[in-house]
Design a protein around this ligand. Structure first.
Ligand code: ADP
Ligand code: MG
Length: 265
């Protein structure tokens, strides 16, 4: 475990309303959260509770209505070179090879790609030799592996992941969970994962944060005590099953979004 904790992410009073007037949508309310450097945390909660809204703000992709996000002492108001993001869709440009897709963020920043690092990462995720292929020649899981390489090739300190494996079949998802566990062990990056899968959250995280229905607030945090490194057998244990069910119960006890919105008026 990384104990340096020298560049935490600090979210204070994060509040976000989309639009104005009667059509306004109150997505987040007063969310406080600190993620230490090297921690792996997950955000879970009912659909529409503002998980993506919070992640986009962490990525500097949109503003909060009030509150702040700090990365160490820096206030995040725009994308930060040390904070990478992955989405459910691998978002590979279909007309570029895998290699050229991975190089794309470097091009945007006007930097020379780190070819050695890219090659090492492609090998690491099992895509050695796939650089010259077009995205359509890769399966969904392979495309997400390429997107992991793209996100890690600039060596970010923080990786934000928004339902990255939500579109994959269960078997491929298990494989990706194992890969992420290994990558976290090897790199000790700070990772914030948004997921619908409580199993995935528990398997990968040090802490699971449960958000309440819209407007999203921080409802509860669960420490995940399981030893690391972890392997997929953990998912068959009684303790794993019990913790997953405890977290699921917290989410199911949330009022629906509509009821919560009325209650919050
Ligand atoms: P989650 O990721 O937890 O499912 P989101 O952060 O995507 O939730 O959305 C939270 C709420 O904000 C939802 O009610 C959603 O419809 C609304 N919302 C998200 N993005 C926008 C947007 N760009 N404009 C208006 N409303 C939005
Ligand atoms: Mg979302």
């Amino acid at each position: 475990m990384n104990t340096l904790a020298n560049r935490p992410l600090t979210i204070s009073g994060a509040t976000k309303t989309y639009g104005t007037g009667s059509g306004a949508i109150h997505a987040l309310q007063d969310v406080d959260l600190t993620v230490s450097q090297g921690e792996f945390v997950s955000l879970v909660g009912p659909s529409g509770c503002g998980k993506s809204t919070l992640l986009w703000a962490l990525a500097g992709l949109h503003d909060l209505s009030s509150g702040s996000i700090k990365f160490g002492e820096e206030v995040i108001t725009k994308p930060h070179p040390s904070i990478g993001m992955m989405f459910q869709d691998a978002n590979l440009l279909p007309w570029r090879t895998v290699q050229k897709n991975i190089e794309f963020p470097f091009e945007i920043r006007g930097q020379k790609p780190d070819f050695a690092k890219i090659e090492g990462l492609l090998n690491r995720v099992g895509l050695g030799g796939f650089g010259p292929k077009m995205p359509r020649e890769l399966s969904g899981g392979m495309q997400q592996r390429a997107s992991i390489v793209r996100a890690l090739s600039s060596d970010p300190e923080v990786l934000l992941m928004d339902e990255p494996f939500g579109a994959l079949d269960a078997f491929t998802r298990d494989e990706m969970n194992m890969l992420m566990e290994e990558i976290w062990e090897e790199t000790q990056k700070t990772i914030i994962l948004v997921t619908h899968s409580i199993q995935e959250a528990v398997f990968l995280s040090n802490k699971v944060y449960v958000m309440s229905a819209r407007p999203g607030r921080m409802h509860k945090v669960f420490d995940v005590p399981f030893e690391r490194p972890r392997d997929l057998k953990l998912m068959e244990s009684r303790e794993f099953f019990d913790l997953v069910n405890k977290i699921k119960a917290e989410i199911q006890h949330q009022p629906t979004s509509a009821a919560a919105a009325v209650a919050a008026e």
